[in-house]
Design a protein. Structure first.
Length: 320
C-alpha cells in the first residue's frame, strides 16, 4: 500500500478538492486477481491487464522485480500498450518492468538507490540518475517511497496548476514539496544489506553543512579516512569527486529554494554556502544553464497558467 496508496490518494484528493472529475482510474493486475500485499492483505484489481487497455496515463507499480510464469507475455503486452499511451510511468521496481519491455531507452530514468548500479549496467541505453523522480517527454520514473507523493503532486501541478497540488499537500499534511532534481537520500550505498559507514557518514556531513561547507580534507578527517580513500569511495559508488558531489548538492538545495521560497538570491546564495552572489550565479549557470534569477522567473512563468477541466483517465498496474 505504500506504493499504490500515495497514487490513489493524490488522484482522489485532486478530484475532491477541485470539485470536478479530473482523474478516473482503473487498477489492473496481470491476471485480474487481487494482488498480495505485505502483512497478508490484498489489493483488489478492477481488471486484468492486456492489449485492450486504453488510457491516457499508464502507471506501473511494483515492490520488486521478480519473474513469474507469464512474464514474457506480460512484457510483450506492456510494450504494446505503452507504445500507444501518451504518458507512461514506472514507480519503484515498476521502472524495471518498463525497461525490460524496452520502453526506457534514451530516456532519463530515476532508479531506486538499492538497484541503481545493477540497472545502469543492464540498461546501458537509459540515462540513469539518482534523482527522486524524472519526467522526460512521454516517460516518467520515480524511485518510490516518499518520493511517490512528490512525483504525483508534480504531475497534478503540471496538469492542473500548482495551487491544486499545494492544497492536496496541505490535506496530506506535507510541508515543502520536493522537486524532481533532488537526489535520493542513500542510507546504504552498496548492495542491499551491506553498509558502508564511511561514505554514509560523509554524505550526512555534507547534508548537515550546506551553509558552511566543509573542505574535502575536513570531511575525510571527520569520518576517519584519508582524502584519497574518500575520493575513491565517491568515484566508486557515486561516480563523482567529493567536491563535485558537494557542489551539486548545494546547488540543488538552492534550486529548491529559488522555486519554493521568496528568499532573495543573495539570501539563498549565503544559505547554500557561496561566498558571493556572483560566485553563486556563475556556478548555478554552469550546472543548470540559467542564472538563479532566470530560474525563478522561468518557474513563475511555467506555473502561472491554469489547468484544464478535462478528466485524465489512467490505468494503474500493480505487479504480483
Amino acid at each position: 500500500m505504500s506504493g499504490i496508496g500515495p497514487i490513489v490518494d493524490s488522484l482522489h484528493l485532486a478530484n475532491e478538492i477541485d470539485g470536478h472529475l479530473l482523474y478516473d482510474w482503473t487498477i489492473c493486475s496481470w491476471d485480474g486477481r487481487p494482488v498480495p500485499l505485505a502483512g497478508g492483505a490484498q489489493l483488489p484489481a478492477d481488471a486484468a491487464f492486456g492489449d485492450a487497455i486504453q488510457c491516457d496515463w499508464l502507471i506501473v507499480v511494483s515492490e520488486r522485480y521478480q519473474q513469474f510464469a507469464d512474464y514474457r507475455l506480460f512484457l510483450a503486452s506492456l510494450a504494446r500498450v505503452a507504445t500507444r499511451t501518451p504518458l507512461v510511468t514506472g514507480i519503484h521496481h515498476g521502472v524495471w518492468w518498463l525497461a525490460m519491455a524496452g520502453q526506457l531507452s534514451a530516456y532519463r530514468v530515476a532508479v531506486n538507490w538499492e538497484t541503481f548500479q545493477q540497472f545502469a549496467e543492464q540498461f546501458e541505453r537509459s540515462i540513469v540518475t539518482q534523482q527522486i523522480f524524472e519526467i522526460d517527454r512521454d516517460r516518467a520514473t520515480c524511485a518510490g517511497g516518499q518520493a511517490t507523493v512528490d512525483f504525483m503532486l508534480a504531475m497534478i501541478a503540471r496538469d492542473h496548476g500548482r495551487d491544486l497540488s499545494e492544497r492536496i499537500a496541505d490535506s496530506l499534511g506535507i510541508g515543502v514539496l520536493r522537486a524532481g532534481e533532488e537526489r535520493q537520500r542513500i542510507p546504504f550505498v552498496t548492495a542491499p544489506g551491506e553498509r558502508h559507514p564511511r561514505l554514509n557518514d560523509a554524505l550526512q556531513l555534507m547534508e548537515a553543512n550546506i551553509e558552511d561547507p566543509l573542505a574535502t580534507d575536513e570531511i575525510a578527517g571527520l569520518v576517519g579516512i584519508s582524502r584519497r580513500q574518500l575520493e575513491r569511495l565517491f568515484r566508486q559508488y557515486l561516480g563523482a569527486m567529493p567536491s563535485k558531489y558537494y557542489l551539486n548538492l548545494r546547488l540543488t538545495k538552492a534550486r529548491t529554494q529559488l522555486q519554493r521560497t521568496s528568499k532573495s538570491v543573495v539570501q539563498i546564495s549565503l544559505a547554500c554556502g557561496f561566498s558571493s552572489a556572483a560566485h553563486f550565479s556563475n556556478a548555478y549557470r554552469d550546472r543548470f544553464g540559467v542564472t538563479p534569477r532566470e530560474e525563478r522567473r522561468n518557474w513563475i512563468e511555467k506555473h502561472r497558467g491554469q489547468g484544464s477541466d478535462e478528466p485524465r483517465g489512467g490505468a494503474l498496474l500493480e505487479s504480483r
